[in-house]
Design a protein around this ligand. Structure first.
Ligand code: UD2
Ligand code: MN
Length: 557
């Protein structure tokens, strides 16, 4: 097999990628073909904390395969299947094959402590995470694995868990004495660590071979880098491991302050020299990342005013970039994450957490968020003065700088006074433009309807642009209303890219008298109750004086 490996390395070298990595002289990384003795000692240093038990290729779920189905219980995952799978299962190889050729100088890499907070997690998913970390992390690099019980109330997480982990080297369990939420629970765990790097994971993860080294290597090279693994999906029902070796996605956000995934933009592709170089990301999903402990403290760790779940990922992302760090994804570090069917516990604190992030980091751009989420203005978010002081102390850059330099692809709405909010009808004053995508991941393509005005922004938020587009830009990518010649109804299509001409069917004129004129069809938008499918909708009709053809924007109810 050594022979074969060498052959592969030669093959890859010929492809050119590796040669570039060599000329870059990435410190501490060596490619295959290094002196034999070094390689041998590296192999030894790679030894994990625990060896994975003998591999049974026929066992349920081995190599990340999907099996059997069963009912979903309170965890919102198929616990029946999870409990049947080995806690030591091996994952299929899903990284870029070039990653296999990277060699690390283990003695020079920083050590790490893995911190995992959990709240009412299922037994097998929690312990599969624990074993997975122990069986994929080199002993020499892992100082300890700290489990933090965030005041769970399930019996299996009490004595049975203590008994189980008492037999495992390097694993510690601490318990919160009240529900702290993931931010404070993680900090509690971090407070007892001894490693140089903190590596945070969720409590339902499975680590791919070699996941840790790239993260630690990058932090050694650049201590102000916060580095995330590629997050592969583990299916909540089948437990199939759905990772792939293609280009990973990077993180963004929309104007509800919801985290979003995007493909790597062209300018970032150009900046990188090799497919195994880190990828800069405007935001992180939140749960899985490594950070130098010193740098984490320098940056002000987390906003401890955040409760339960949500918002901390964008807050930390903004802070990293605005305060001089960088947020990156390492394509050679893959970790599977189990995404539950739906949230297994209440996440009502997420709104207040997002408001804290907006108040501290977004400057005047927080208004774009508030316009689309009017109820966020009413949320009690507590005191953020300490976090503002931190921003001052660290001399962090503006949100404008962040948008321009780190997230130039985001569409920044203009929100001119009187030209955004609910689009209301004068004849049927309870009716507002409404767009409710059935698929969160595919915003465009559906008909715009009329629905009782609710004042909650979101699906009833539209912005009239200076060029005459009616933009639906709470989500990303931004959608623009088009007049559909055939059916007379209005649809949503993607807005043009910056610099491109305005498509003729997207142009409207909001006249002084409130009529909304569609330029291409020369018709006016009218509120129609009796439509082909019975759902009231705006429709293009010959222009008249009817109040049903008069519209106005209103920001609040
Ligand atoms: C994502 C992140 C998660 C976090 C969240 C936003 C990934 C893969 N996951 O949601 O880490 O950033 O977005 O806040 O990036 N937990 C507690 N106490 C609580 C609530 C949660 O300890 O009160 C634990 C929980 O058991 C888990 C972790 O915190 O280990 C994250 O929670 P999650 O898995 O429910 O969040 P997720 O993956 O939906
Ligand atoms: Mn999770």
């Amino acid at each position: 097999s050594r022979q074969r490996k060498r052959g592969e390395a030669a093959e890859i070298k010929r492809s050119g990628h590796v040669t570039r990595a060599v000329t870059l002289g990435v410190s501490g990384v060596q490619l295959l073909g290094a002196p034999a003795e070094r390689e041998v000692s590296n192999e030894e240093l790679k030894k994990p904390v625990y060896e994975r038990p003998p591999f049974d290729a026929h066992a349920l779920g081995e190599m990340g395969r999907a099996k059997e189905q069963e009912s979903i219980n309170k965890h919102q995952i198929n616990t029946y299947v999870s409990d049947k799978l080995s806690l030591h299962r091996k994952l299929p190889e899903r990284w870029n094959p070039l990653c296999r050729e990277l060699r690390y100088d283990y003695r020079s890499l920083p050590t790490t402590s893995v911190v995992i907070a959990f709240y009412n997690e299922a037994w097998s998913t929690l312990l599969r995470t624990v074993h997975s970390v122990l069986e994929t992390s080199p002993d020499i690099l892992l100082k300890e694995l700290v489990l933090v019980d965030d005041y769970s109330d399930r019996a299996h997480l009490k004595e049975p868990l203590e008994r189980y982990i008492s037999g495992l080297r390097k694993v510690h369990l601490i318990r919160a004495t009240k529900r702290e939420g993931l931010v404070r629970a993680r900090l509690l765990g971090a407070s007892i660590t001894t490693g140089e790097v903190l590596t945070f994971l969720d409590c339902h993860c499975e680590c791919h071979e070699g996941w840790l080294e790239p993260l630690l290597h990058r932090i050694k090279e650049e201590p102000s880098a916060v580095v995330c693994p590629v997050i592969d999906v583990i299916d909540w029902n089948t437990f199939q491991y759905l990772g792939n070796s293609g280009e990973p996605q990077i993180g963004g956000f929309d104007w509800r302050l919801v985290f979003t995934w995007h493909s790597v933009p062209e300018y970032e592709q150009k900046r990188r020299h090799s497919p195994v170089d880190v990828i800069r990301s405007p935001t992180m999903a939140g749960g899985l990342f490594a950070v130098s402990k010193n740098y984490f403290h320098y940056l002000g760790t987390y906003d401890t005013g955040m409760e339960v779940w949500g918002g901390e990922n964008l807050e930390f992302s903004f802070r990293i970039w605005q305060c001089g760090g960088s947020l990156e994804i390492h394509p050679c570090s893959h970790v599977g994450h189990l995404f539950p069917k739906k949230a297994p516990y209440s996440r009502s604190k997420a709104l207040a957490n997002s408001v804290r992030a907006a108040e501290v980091w977004m400057d005047e751009y927080k208004e774009i968020y508030y316009h689309r989420n009017p109820h966020a203005r009413l949320e009690a978010f507590g005191d953020v003065s300490e976090r503002k002081k931190l921003r001052e102390k660290l001399g962090c850059k503006s949100f404008r700088w962040y948008l321009d330099n780190i997230y130039p692809d985001i569409h920044v709405p203009e929100d001119r006074p009187g030209m955004f909010g609910m689009l209301k009808n004068r004849g049927k004053t309870s009716y507002c433009f409404d767009y409710n995508p059935t698929d969160e991941n595919k915003v465009v393509g559906q008909r715009v309807i009329l629905y009782s005005c609710h004042g909650m922004g979101q699906n009833q938020f539209f912005e009239f642009s200076p060029d005459g587009e009616i933009r639906y830009n709470t989500r990303v990518p931004a959608g623009c209303i088009v007049g559909d010649n055939i059916s007379s109804y209005l649809n949503l299509q993607l807005c043009r890219k910056p610099g491109q001409p305005l498509p003729a069917d997207q142009k409207f004129v909001l006249r002084e008298d409130g009529s909304l004129h569609h330029t291409l069809s020369q018709k006016c938008v009218q509120a129609v109750e009796k439509t082909d499918n019975g759902v009231p909708a705006p429709s293009l009709q010959p222009c008249s004086d009817s109040l049903l053809q008069k519209w106005f924007f209103v920001e609040r109810m």
